[in-house]
Design a protein around this ligand. Structure first.
Ligand code: GLN
Length: 261
């Protein structure tokens, strides 16, 4: 009886001691061993895609996707390092293990599903047609006969443009690695039309009012997901659970208001 009582008391003391040392560590910040255990994941992104990912005046990469993956990381107890990378290089970088997560306004498509694993969709978007502000000729896809399109390489906008090229509608598709250059090509008259994600084209219009206009915003409906290397279930589960949690606790809505409000 006494023996058992002693054992239980000892056990309680040990548990208390462990808990107390944990608390002390947190309070003093003396948690060197603990911080070493926080996993670090490399997040690849193509940062000419406002408001999802872009650079501020200091050169830091910010945006909805960046804040969202950071919130998910904080919720799930991992750290992220953001790495700028070409959009068409994201999937090869995941496959080659150079990055762990792609957070880059990436549309979940059947083709990409064969190459990487996607999180649950975290936002809906879709492609829009944009032309120079003074273009009164192109009102929609039906007016693209013989026209030149500018797109970002490796994107769903590029795929759509190639469909229209193969169908003998567009006469040429010009591919650029960043969206800022795509928009410059349209403004300078090197292309007649841009096929790009609607919220992003809207962000460029806000930056440079009066130069570009949207003429057809219903080309496609698409959902963005975070991508990981095929089979990386552990990381994907954390991303999905973290996403659910930051939606439930209101963080997600705060980010929507911050970037789209
Ligand atoms: N959503 C588009 C795609 O996945 C464009 C993404 C981007 O340019 N960052 O292809």
């Amino acid at each position: 009886m006494t023996n058992n009582f002693l054992k239980i008391t000892m056990l309680a003391l040990v548990i208390f001691a462990i808990a107390a040392s944990g608390c002390t560590g947190d309070q003093t910040g003396d948690t060197i061993e603990e911080t070493e255990e926080i996993p670090l994941y490399y997040v690849g992104t193509e940062p000419t895609f406002p408001p999802f990912e872009y650079t501020d005046e200091t050169g830091e990469i910010i945006g909805f996707d960046i804040d969202l993956i950071k919130a998910i990381a904080a919720d799930q107890g991992f750290e992220v390092e953001i790495q700028p990378i070409g959009f068409d290089a994201l999937i090869p970088a995941l496959q080659g293990g150079n990055i762990d997560i792609a957070a880059s306004g990436m549309t979940i498509t059947e083709e990409r599903e064969k190459e990487v694993d996607f999180s649950a969709p975290y936002i809906n978007a879709g492609l829009a047609l944009a032309v120079a502000a003074d273009n009164d000729e192109i009102l929609g896809v039906d007016d693209l006969q013989g026209k030149i399109a500018a797109v970002q390489v490796g994107t769903t906008g590029s795929m759509k443009a190639h469909e229209l090229l193969d169908a003998g509608i567009l006469s040429e598709v010009k591919e650029f690695s960043t969206v800022d250059v795509v928009m410059m090509e349209l403004i300078s008259g090197g292309a007649d039309v841009v096929i790009n994600d609607l919220p992003v084209t809207e962000a460029y219009i806000k930056q440079q009012p009066g130069k570009i206009k949207i003429v057809d915003d219903k080309l496609t409906s698409e959902s963005y997901g975070f991508a990981v290397k095929e089979g990386n279930k552990e990381l994907l589960d954390m991303i999905n659970t973290g996403l659910q949690n930051v939606i439930a606790d209101g963080t997600y809505d705060e980010l929507l208001a911050k970037y789209f409000g």
